[in-house]
Ligand binder design. Structure first.
Ligand code: ATP
Ligand code: MG
Length: 642
């Protein structure tokens, strides 16, 4: 990006918080002023929302930047904070997890149940030779044991590395080897799209090349036939032998809690390391503040997989530390029918829903009449995460899911940030469709140019350390320094890799990856804005835009578009629509109508692959791609069109 991004889309719609929510909000506008007055005192106060075995001596040690230490000298146990203290406080009978399997089988776990399971699992891990500081890989379907496994690791100080259950042998093997894990926790399989899908064979094949693995702990979920080796131990056998007594040991605030690899949208995944005290402080506070959680009455549902950071921070650690009652669902949104999510919201009376733009756009494509068949009246707050949400998708979410009544919190953050960084506060902020609005209290972000100076359109930078920041890339301090801290070395800013703009009211708009920004005839244009203009056309369900090398303009805009159900429209009309909305400079050189877009397993559009196609190159790293057939279809279409 040379200087700054052009400001293109302008959005005038704005929605104030519902009066009742504002009147009873967990966090009010005063929090911004409080944090501005003394940022470290503010975080110290949030840390006191947790139970510490030993109080810290220093809030932040930033003497060796960018290697941060938060709550230095403090000691706590995350599993204790998520479980024991709630039981001790008399809420052991509260449901922690309403679990629903894809075939419709259900389980209910109270906080007391979850604590007992976690204590047994902690003892089982110890008896299998896992000790504090060891790494444990977790490769599981969305079943309660996945959360139990994570909490049990945290309880004994083993560092977990959760690998998404849809990943291949290569991906799992690479992550096990990178972390030198000692044990894998997995299952025979899980239910996906109406059938049992096997996990154990992938583990067997991976572990064959992973000498560090001593044992494989296997949950029986589907009952399918599995091969058995002398490393394998059934979870239920280990659990039935394990004592239900286990005392949570104090961990240093900086004890490594987990390693998690980024989604791989832009490059080879990075093993992000998170630690204990600062991480839990921020995810617990942000979950309380951004979702306005009322633990006695809310039913919270985050639809992410536990294999993504959203699952770590906003299914396991944030909600459980706050004593939330949540829904956990195993399967896909279209099994056995496309109204599955709405049926679950009606059945459990879900009040808070946290999902991703990719899902929202898919639901909109499937049709308004599907959610309309269900009673979604229990919902009071909606959240979005993972990609920029196009204003029209935001409006669809608000109207068709939120009944024009629920505030929407568009939450910007990353695996690296550990917790939410930029987001509305639902009881405070007047939200604009498509904007993440402003940094949360205690968080400092700026939009800067190459020189690190504040501008209205440019790079998003985080200008001060935050409690749940990544501590390094596992085993690769140099890549950590290079990737995040070299661009604004002089200023000491964290480079997020995303482009952003600030509007005249100070609201922040995320504009997609810096790597994806297009330079057309000397103008910097964001992929997000052109995509949002396309999605605003009534015929368009989804769009992905890339800049392809062009002899005349340097780069030219090439768009890949999925139409809504039965819509018909010419690509010429769509090109003109963009030119009319954003200006002639943004008129795409070419628009391809496609049936699917290449996405990561977490549902993010992989523009770099589309760019490879648009520039007729061979494809880069595709290991995190959801469906490899998509790319060959698109490439064929592109070749026949030109
Ligand atoms: P990799 O870093 O390996 O390319 P990734 O960036 O997709 O993978 P994640 O950490 O899962 O991995 O995603 C974080 C990124 O997702 C952010 O940097 C941003 O690009 C995007 N993102 C997340 N939430 C939002 C949001 N609310 N608005 C805009 N973009 C978002
Ligand atoms: Mg990233």
């Amino acid at each position: 990006m040379s200087e700054t991004l052009e400001n293109l889309l302008s959005e005038t719609r704005q929605f104030p918080p519902p009066a009742e929510l504002a009147a009873n909000a967990n966090v009010t506008a005063a929090a911004y002023a409080e944090a501005d007055a003394d940022r470290l005192a503010f975080w110290e106060k949030q840390a006191r929302r947790l139970d510490w075995f030993k109080e810290w001596d220093q809030v932040l040690d930033w003497s060796n930047p960018p290697f941060a230490k938060w709550f230095v000298g403090g000691q706590l146990n995350i599993s204790y904070n998520c479980l024991d203290r709630h039981v001790a406080n008399g809420i052991g009978d509260r449901v922690a997890i309403h679990w629903e399997g894809e075939p419709g089988d259900t389980r209910t776990l109270t906080y007391a149940d979850l604590l007992t399971e976690t204590k047994k699992a902690a003892n089982a891990l110890l008896s299998l030779g896992v000790s504090k500081g060891d790494r444990v890989a977790i490769y599981m379907p969305m079943i309660p044991e996945a959360a139990v496994a994570m909490l049990a690791c945290a309880r004994i100080g083993a560092t977990h590395s959760v690998v998404f259950g849809g990943f291949s042998v290569d991906a799992l093997r690479g992550r096990i080897q990178d972390a030198n894990a000692k044990l894998v926790i997995t299952a025979d399989g899980g239910y996906r799209r109406g059938a049992p899908s096997a996990l154990k064979p992938t583990v067997d094949e991976s572990v064959a090349d992973c000498p560090s693995i001593e044992k494989v702990l296997v949950v029986r979920r589907t009952g399918q036939e599995v091969a058995w080796t002398d490393k394998d131990v059934w979870w239920h056998d280990a659990m039935s032998e394990a004592s239900a007594e286990h005392e949570a040991a104090p961990m240093d605030a900086e004890h490594p809690l987990f390693i998690l690899y980024t989604s791989g949208t832009t490059a080879k995944p990075k093993g992000i390391l998170h630690t204990t005290g600062g991480y839990l402080t921020q995810v617990s506070f942000t979950h309380h503040a951004v979702f306005d959680l009322k633990p006695e009455t809310d039913i919270y549902w985050c639809t992410a997989d536990i294999g993504w950071v959203t699952g770590h921070s906003y299914i396991v650690y944030g909600p459980l530390s706050n004593g939330a009652t949540q829904l956990m669902y195993e399967g896909t949104p279209d099994t056995p029918h496309k109204g599955r999510f709405w049926e679950l919201i009606e059945k459990y009376g879900v009040t808070i829903l946290y999902t991703a733009p990719t899902a929202i756009r898919t639901f909109a494509k499937w049709g308004d009449e599907i959610p309309a068949q269900f009673n979604l009246g229990s919902l009071r707050l909606l959240g979005s995460v993972g990609e920029p949400i196009n204003p029209e998708a935001w409006m669809w979410y608000r109207e068709h899911i939120g009944g024009n009544r629920c505030p929407i919190v568009d939450t910007w953050w990353q695996t690296e940030t550990g917790g939410i960084m930029i987001s509305p506060l639902p009881g405070v902020t007047d939200c604009k469709p498509g904007s993440a609005m402003r940094p949360l209290p205690g968080i400092s972000a700026e939009i800067v140019n190459d020189a690190g100076n504040p501008v209205n359109g440019g790079y998003l930078a985080l200008t001060k350390p935050w409690p749940s920041m990544l501590r390094t890339i596992w085993g690769d301090d140099n890549r950590f320094l290079e990737t995040y801290w070299s661009r604004f070395k002089e200023q000491g800013f964290y480079f997020a890799g995303d482009g952003a703009k600030r509007d005249e009211d100070g609201a922040i708009w995320l504009l997609g990856r810096v790597d994806d920004v297009m330079l057309v005839s000397g103008h910097n244009i964001s992929t997000t804005e052109v995509e949002s203009a396309l999605v605003a056309h009534p015929a368009v369900a989804e769009a992905a835009v890339v800049g392809a090398t062009d002899a005349t303009t340097g780069q030219a805009i090439v768009a890949f578009v999925i139409l809504r159900g039965s819509a018909e429209v010419s690509t010429e009309e769509l090109r003109n629509h963009v030119a009319k909305t954003l200006g002639p400079i943004c008129k795409p050189r070419q628009i391809m109508l496609v049936a699917e877009l290449p996405k990561t397993r977490s549902g993010k559009i992989m523009r770099r692959l589309l760019k490879d196609v648009a520039e007729k190159r061979s494809l880069g790293d595709v290991t995190t791609l959801q469906d490899s057939a998509v790319m060959s279809l698109i490439a064929e279409g592109m070749n026949s069109a030109t």
